[in-house]
Design a protein around this ligand. Structure first.
Ligand SMILES: Nc1ncnc2c1ncn2[C@@H]1O[C@H](COP(=O)(O)OP(=O)(O)O)[C@@H](O)[C@H]1O
Ligand SMILES: *[C@@H]1O[C@H](CO)[C@@H](O)[C@H](O)[C@H]1NC(C)=O
Ligand SMILES: *[C@@H]1O[C@H](CO)[C@@H](O)[C@H](O)[C@H]1NC(C)=O
Ligand SMILES: *[C@@H]1O[C@H](CO)[C@@H](O)[C@H](O)[C@H]1NC(C)=O
Ligand SMILES: *[C@@H]1O[C@H](CO)[C@@H](O)[C@H](O)[C@H]1NC(C)=O
Ligand SMILES: *[C@@H]1O[C@H](CO)[C@@H](O)[C@H](O)[C@H]1NC(C)=O
Length: 649
């Protein structure tokens, strides 16, 4: 027994040794035609499957995977390299594809301090573009992300130290005659990538082509960059990184080769491992026997099916028009949404808002969790503009916004599909104490900062100004990590047409409406700031903007406390004194300043962010000189300020 064990282990030792010496033939080249027996350094969920595929992520949400060549490689100033690899990306749902993968050359193989989702396992949300990242990557990105100025949801990019690509292009290749041929990265077709760096000219070329095709003569992408300034160590690590987010994809590498100061060795395509079948398990043999019987049954059932199909057509009927084809990828089929929400069962109801009901759903193919908002509409008028707006809003991506994935349209209703927020809306935490625990001060402050950052993005960081118009705790949703995310943004056009029970003729909610809106009826970024100020006061004090019983205005009450010299008396008593006094005072003052009745005194969201981050001190407010005209706010009428009040500001 033990002698056979010994023999086995010495055999293993021999195999490993043999393998190592194969790699050692030059430290400056390697080739993998499949990864069986390769001793890759893996982390995250990356694995090598039994048949030799390198699987970077495994089809679950929000994961990372990295795989590196086991040993670092010598790379000096002036060195060149050439790499080629074969990959395939599988997406369960072609509309909603997960994040991509990248080939990576880095000074270290420790990527533990990175994040999944749009960060691709390369960076985290704080260090994009930092010189300390020291990596060069070629991203194959299957998701459109505005934060990193992506060009589309199917592109190849050259990244250095960050995810804003130095150069990028839609996936494809150039024919010899110069014509461009599109390729879809997430088509689950095997494709080959070539990455070449010339140490003399500092030129980086990237090419892409389907398997069996030679390297195109014109590269897809190129750029000039001295990688010696990025990869300053003597030794470099080469490998792959990939991530999934709210959507899943699986990224596979089938073969890989590298040459330092020489061409990349050829990969033996005949030896590549096979990709798993899309979706489900192979069919069983029993089924083959049963098939004739089933066929007979099928004929019988056919009649019934036809009847059912006709009924089904009616049931899933939706409205589609020619102009919608351009919005194709953002359109969901009613059938998918119907199944996702189990037929809009009341069990799946998440809440009822001013405009309709919101249901929880799980998309059948990709298992992505969604929230579907059903809004009734009857007018066809302006529908095209509205859908265009929905699609454009779908492009807004920020970690403090609830992502809008798309829409579906039926005869009398519109369905908006949002990212699902597992922790529901903030108002429940502030008021429904039986249902949810009280939030700690640290959690509240994080939510306030998050919402400020989301709103700043809407106001200033997107290509056009987007107004929210209805900021309040019930429109702030909390994700898994209790980050505040703004929902319901930018859809003012629809809301202008329809009116719901909780809204006034002006879009918004009483108590959060800036007083000047009643006069001008025109929302501006500063009217959003007003609502934001109310929101901050509400989160800090745990009270509604207008007390339902006493009709007392919250801002007035906070100011009163301050004038009495006890500003912190306004802080939510449910915190039982357990909070950071400086932060709470800053929040209260900022809340008052932002919800000031005089528009010109409110800060912009950029200033708000600077105050919250401590980059700048807020203006020194004197409580005795501040005043809030309660009556005009409550009745939502034109505000009149006396001249001396204006003069004192
Ligand atoms: N994306 C989402 N994820 C989870 N729950 C949601 C989502 N969107 C809305 N909800 C729930 O549905 C309720 C109603 O939503 P909504 O119609 O947006 O409210 P309102 O019109 O009051 O702003 C919310 O209070 C929240 O509990
Ligand atoms: C993927 O890996 C994670 C973490 O190891 C695991 O929790 C999950 O179940 C895996 N998913 C699949 C589909 O195998
Ligand atoms: C990787 O880096 C992190 C910090 O970024 C550090 O905590 C960890 O110890 C490192 N791991 C290894 C194996 O060096
Ligand atoms: C390639 O795709 C882009 C974007 O989807 C499209 O604009 C272009 O017309 C396509 N080109 C070809 C040759 O199909
Ligand atoms: C990006 O790559 C293309 C294709 O090689 C090239 O024509 C273009 O000049 C590059 N742009 C930059 C900014 O390097
Ligand atoms: C690389 O070498 C060139 C010339 O040989 C030199 O100008 C440059 O400073 C060197 N760069 C680094 C990072 O060593």
């Amino acid at each position: 027994m033990s002698s056979s064990m010994k023999r086995l282990s010495s055999l293993l030792f021999f195999v490993v040794l043999n393998h190592l010496s194969e790699l050692a033939t030059g430290q400056d080249e390697f080739v993998y035609s499949g990864f069986t027996g390769a001793d890759l350094t893996l982390d995250g969920v990356a694995t090598v499957t039994p048949n030799g595929l390198l699987e970077l992520t495994n089809g679950s949400f929000r994961l990372r995977g990295h795989a590196f060549h086991p040993t670092p490689i010598r790379f000096g100033n002036g060195s060149s390299f050439a790499v080629s690899y074969l990959f395939a990306i599988y997406c369960a749902d072609s509309n909603l594809c997960g994040h991509g993968m990248s080939f990576l050359v880095a000074a270290s193989n420790n990527f533990s301090d990175t994040m999944p989702t749009q960060y691709l396992g390369l960076i985290n949300d704080r260090n994009n573009g930092y010189a300390t990242n020291r990596f060069f990557a070629v991203e194959l990105d299957t998701n459109w992300n505005d934060e990193f100025r992506d060009i589309d949801n199917n592109h190849v990019g050259i990244d250095i130290n960050g995810l804003v690509s130095v150069n990028s292009s839609s996936a494809g290749y150039y024919h010899d005659d110069g014509n461009f041929q599109n390729l879809t990265l997430a088509s689950y077709q095997v494709m080959q990538v070539w990455v070449e760096y010339d140490g003399d000219s500092k030129k980086i070329d990237v090419s892409l082509a389907p398997i069996h095709m030679a390297k195109p003569s014109t590269p897809l992408l190129s750029t000039t960059y001295n990688l010696a300034t990025v990869l300053t160590e003597d030794m470099i690590y080469v490998g792959f990184s990939a991530s999934t987010g709210s959507f899943i994809s699986r990224q596979y590498v089938l073969g890989w080769s590298l040459g330092i100061n020489r061409p990349a060795p050829a990969i033996d395509i005949t030896k590549l491992p096979k990709l798993p079948r899309e979706g489900s398990k192979p069919r069983s043999k029993v089924l083959k026997i049963l098939l004739p019987i089933l066929t007979a049954a099928f004929v019988l059932v056919l009649g019934t099916t036809i009847i059912l199909l006709v009924r089904r057509r009616l049931r899933y009927a939706e409205l589609r028009e020619d102009w919608e084809t351009e919005f194709g990828p953002h359109r969901f089929s009613y059938k998918d949404l119907f199944h996702a929400t189990r037929g809009f069962k009341s069990k799946n109801l998440l809440g009822v808002g001013g405009f309709g009901k919101v249901y929880k759903g799980v998309l059948p193919k990709s298992r992505v969790e969604i929230a579907v908002k059903r809004i009734s509409h009857d007018s066809k008028q302006g529908m095209k503009e509205f859908i265009a707006e929905v699609v454009s809003i779908g492009h807004l991506q920020h970690r403090n916004l609830v992502q809008l994935h798309g829409y579906c349209r039926r005869k009398t209703e519109l369905l908006l599909v949002y990212e699902y927020m597992s922790n529901g809306s903030l108002d429940k935490y502030l008021y429904d104490q039986d249902e949810k625990p009280t939030l700690t001060w640290a959690q509240r402050y994080k939510i306030i900062k998050g919402i400020a950052s989301g709103l700043l993005y809407l106001h200033e960081e997107w290509e056009k100004v987007v107004l929210h118009r209805d900021i309040k705790p019930s429109n702030v949703l909390l994700d898994d990590e209790l980050n505040g995310r703004l929902g319901d943004f930018g859809l003012a056009r629809l809301y202008d047409h329809e009116t719901g029970p909780q809204t006034t003729h002006v879009v918004g909610t009483i108590g959060y409406l800036a007083p000047e809106l009643a006069r001008t009826n025109k929302a501006t970024p500063l009217s959003d700031v007003f609502s934001f100020g109310m929101f901050v006061l509400e989160v800090t004090c745990g009270r509604k903007p207008i007390d339902p019983t006493s009709q007392l205005m919250l801002a007035q009450w906070v100011l009163h406390n301050w004038q009495q010299g006890f500003l912190t008396d306004a802080v939510d008593t449910k915190l039982q004194g357990d909070y950071n006094v400086d932060e709470a005072c800053l929040a209260l003052k900022l809340g008052l300043l932002s919800s000031h009745p005089l528009v010109n005194l409110r800060p912009s969201m950029r200033q708000v962010m600077q105050y919250l981050n401590g980059d700048m001190a807020p203006p020194d407010l004197n409580p005795t000189h501040m005043s809030f005209n309660i009556i005009s706010l409550m009745q939502n009428k034109v505000s009149i300020y006396s001249d001396n009040e204006l003069a004192s500001q």
